[in-house]
Design a protein. Structure first.
Length: 258
């Protein structure tokens, strides 16, 4: 809801919006899907795991959202185009893109194979670009893109994650450039979030001692609750952030200032 009659609280709502969410099969993607549904959005859920997005669809459908699932490998530009085309066919538009799909490796730099490095960039950076490109062709003024980066774009955290860190840092540059290209010309806002440590499927294999030292570096002294990141994503997607573009919102409990 926008306009003179909209209250501040109204502006945080996503009623009538169509949100396309990648990486929607697990972890923070599920939390984001639930949060967008709670804010009133309909959802297009994209991920490589058809079973995973089906489970997420059942969850958000129980909240009253209309849901479309589209198995998608975002590293393939044709599949990115097909996901957006499916969204438009079902709902008539895409109002919000949340680029959440991501993969990681933890290889020492001298032992990381070219295919491993390129595979991370293909999903985390190129995939975000292909999805944004496809959405940018069909989005109307007032639409929003939220790229999920990482605090590893801004700092280090003790593990050898050159490919992941490079991809997430590059995503911040992509965010600024697309915001500049599409702001006045298309009326599309583009922002990023940089999460700190949140317990997810991707982080479940971390050694407990590593998690302990990471949390110990965090100013708030704890891991993040997924809903705390979801709230930032919903804000950036909503009219509450209608004058925010080209920015990176760090959601890390103070990790990057420690």
């Amino acid at each position: 809801m926008t306009g003179r009659g909209a209250t501040v609280v109204d502006r945080f709502r996503l009623d009538g919006r169509v949100v396309l969410l990648t990486g929607a099969s697990s972890g923070l993607g599920v939390s984001c899907a639930v949060g967008c549904a709670e804010a009133g959005a309909d959802l297009v859920l994209a991920a490589r795991s058809a079973d995973g997005i089906a489970r997420t669809a059942e969850l958000v459908g129980s909240l009253g959202a209309s849901v479309l699932t589209v198995p998608t490998d975002v590293s393939d530009p044709d599949q990115a185009d097909a996901a957006v085309a499916a969204a438009v066919e079902r709902f008539g538009r895409v109002d919000v893109l949340v680029n959440n799909a991501g993969v990681s490796t933890a290889r020492p730099a001298t032992r990381e194979r070219p295919d491993e490095f390129r595979g991370v960039l293909a999903v985390n950076l190129e995939g975000a670009y292909w999805m944004a490109q496809a959405c940018g062709r069909v989005m109307s003024p007032g639409s929003a893109i939220v790229n999920v980066s990482s605090v590893l774009a801004l700092t280090t955290a003790g593990l050898p994650q050159a490919a992941y860190s490079a991809s997430k840092a590059a995503l911040l540059g992509l965010t600024r450039d697309l915001a500049r290209q599409w702001g006045a010309r298309k009326g599309i806002r583009v922002n990023a979030v940089a999460p700190g440590y949140f317990a997810t499927d991707m982080t479940s294999e971390y050694d407990p001692s590593y998690v302990e030292q990471l949390v110990g570096r965090t100013v708030l002294g704890r891991a993040g609750d997924p809903v705390e990141l979801t709230a930032a994503v919903v804000w950036l997607a909503s009219d509450a952030a209608s004058y925010v573009s080209g920015q990176t919102i760090v959601v890390d409990g103070g990790l990057t200032i420690a």
